[in-house]
Design a protein around this ligand. Sequence first.
Ligand code: ADE
Length: 241
Amino acid sequence: MTPTRVTAERPLAVIGAMPEEVAPLLAAARDPLEEGEGPYRWHRATLDGVPVLIAACGIGKVNAAALTQALLGAGAAAVLFTGVAGGVDPGLRVGDLVVARDAVQHDVDVTPLGYDEGQVPGEPPVWAAEPGLRDLVADAAAEVAAVEGVRLVVGRVASGDAFVADPVRVADLRRRFAASCAEMEGAAVAQVCARWGVPWSIVRSVSDTADNDASVDFLAFTEVAARRAVAVVRGTLRRLA
Ligand code: ADE
């Protein structure tokens, strides 16, 4: 399915981990209607002329996977994940942008049984983003990067259930996975979407560089960085409308 097939019946799901990562989208949405299933909640709305489901999933891979499944059940035709990340590519600075070319779960290790590092048995070694939606998001991100004077990397998003705040771990993620950034949800969304054959994309803005200062920087820069990723989401919506 291509992302251009987004309709009222098959909206685009836009997910962030923390409420502040999707709050600007919700504030701009037209006619938001709260819906849900069991403990999961989202808003059905129109944003920039595109039918959307907007939700915050909570932190971590399990939360991300569970909400993604619920949103696919609610009819999502594609999923776009927005938020902040720790920069792993040494060229990335706070505020720069990363769009996923692919995603990997860096905390998975079944190598003793012959699988690649990060590979979940029965799944590919990494999940490749669907090119159509990836290029649309990358185009929107390139525009935001040019306007705001920041860098854009289209690269590998490494997800795991850990807040990375150690330069040794950063070097390890770079060496083992050629990761561009570290975060805690994207590859879980990718895994669920890939199972269903639904396009997914991830856009992240760098809130910290996952080093010894990461927790301080994360608190200081998350709001600004999250808004930059949201600007990319809205640029993507305008391209889909
Ligand atoms: N999200 C933002 N910064 C992060 C980090 N350093 N590690 C994991 N997830 C993050």
